[in-house]
Design a binder for this molecule. Structure first.
Ligand SMILES: [Zn+2]
Length: 363
């Protein structure tokens, strides 16, 4: 039994099989509900060799969807709530090709789920920031129309210039007092150099603890000589890494992240969108995938995956409902039929009951 395991012996056996296990709620720290086809028909994916291929397919798919952003986002977010997600950070596309409809749609879906789900929206320049004229103005407008954070994406390989990208992102963040969350797919020395530049900028802008890097594949190659120095720079800036444990993509060495003091959160990334036919929006599934992809074997390693999917993510997004969990008396809790947290991560059952503000969630 561990601190996270709240095995309720007095509840006896459920269904004659497993006891009741109470846990804190999940936090999905990186998801794209505006792009999903959840609740709509099947989308056939096209082959893609490069990031620009995937981005082009994404835009084409989004422009072809018949169901609204709000309807698709609501379907996925509702499913996430019923599977125990209590807070999420949603990266939502902002671009002249789409206007602000994605931000408006996800915010509307979030309002319908407000009693059960805390939603942060990152204004995400998926199709380029300085390289896609008109995006910066829309990003600024989005911050007063439903977006909470300023996003960014691959300053060099996708947007073409590190300095102008970071200038744009941090200027907006400063002007509106918002946190920053940047997608960085670039690997190798170039990826690490960008991470150090972002860390330096985070410190010089006085934004300690308020900057997250999504994916950060460069941090996943332990053979890179500059990795240690980069992790130290990130830790000094209080930066977070959000990983998604995606099938073919690299995952971080969690021991190494911990030993350097870089905090890790976990998210779904794209669910059933043009990028991927996979994903369920269930963070029980995602904790399982993190464990599977990182080779978690011991109870302590499996419990760490669960912690990253729950309380660590809650620290990132500031979710009091998840952080405040204290066991049986908690007004916000999940109830599972499971013997322990490690078993839960491996078996990935759906919760028997999701409780918010002392009441069972029904949707
Ligand atoms: Zn993403």
């Amino acid at each position: 039994m561990t601190t996270n395991s709240r095995l309720m012996d007095d509840h006896g056996l459920l269904g004659g099989v497993k006891p009741l296990l109470l846990t804190p709620g999940f936090v999905d720290a990186h998801i794209h509900p505006d792009k999903t086809t959840w609740g709509s028909g099947w989308l056939s994916r096209l082959p893609a060799q490069t990031l620009p291929d995937l981005i082009a397919h994404d835009l084409r798919a989004q422009l072809s969807f018949q169901d609204s952003v709000e309807d698709r986002a609501f379907a996925l977010m509702r499913h996430a709530v019923l599977n125990g997600t209590m807070a999420m950070r949603a990266h939502v596309d902002v671009a002249p090709q789409l206007g602000l409809r994605n931000v408006h749609g996800v915010r509307a879906a979030a309002e319908r789920l407000a009693p059960f789900l805390d939603v942060q929206i990152v204004a995400f320049p998926q199709f380029g920031l300085v390289s896609n004229p008109g995006t910066l103005d829309l990003m600024e407008a989005s911050l007063t129309e439903g977006a909470d954070l300023v996003g960014g994406i691959d300053p060099i390989s996708l947007d073409g210039d590190l300095r102008s990208h970071l200038d744009a992102v941090f200027r907006l963040a400063n002007r509106y007092g918002r946190d920053v969350d940047i997608h960085l797919h670039d690997e190798g020395p170039e990826g690490l150099a960008q991470l150090r530049a972002i860390a330096q900028r985070t410190v010089s802008e006085g934004m300690h603890g308020r900057v997250t890097i999504g994916h950060a594949f460069a941090l996943c190659d332990i053979a890179q000589p500059e990795l240690g120095a980069t992790l130290d720079a990130m830790a000094e800036a209080g930066m977070w890494m959000a990983t998604c444990a995606l099938g073919a993509d690299p995952v971080p060495a969690l021991d190494l992240m911990e030993s350097h003091g870089v905090r890790v959160a976990l998210g779904s990334d794209g669910v059933r969108d043009a990028w991927s036919p996979y994903g369920t929006g269930s963070m029980t599934d995602r904790a399982h995938l993190l464990g599977y992809r990182t080779g978690a074997l011991t109870d302590a390693e499996l419990e760490r995956c669960f912690r990253i999917a729950t309380t660590a993510g809650a620290e990132l997004v500031g979710s009091a409902a998840v952080i405040g969990f204290s066991g049986a008396g908690s007004d916000d809790r999940l109830e599972f039929a499971a013997n322990s947290i490690p078993e839960l991560v491996v078996d990935r059952p759906a919760p028997l009951r999701v409780v918010r503000n002392g009441r069972t969630v029904t949707l």
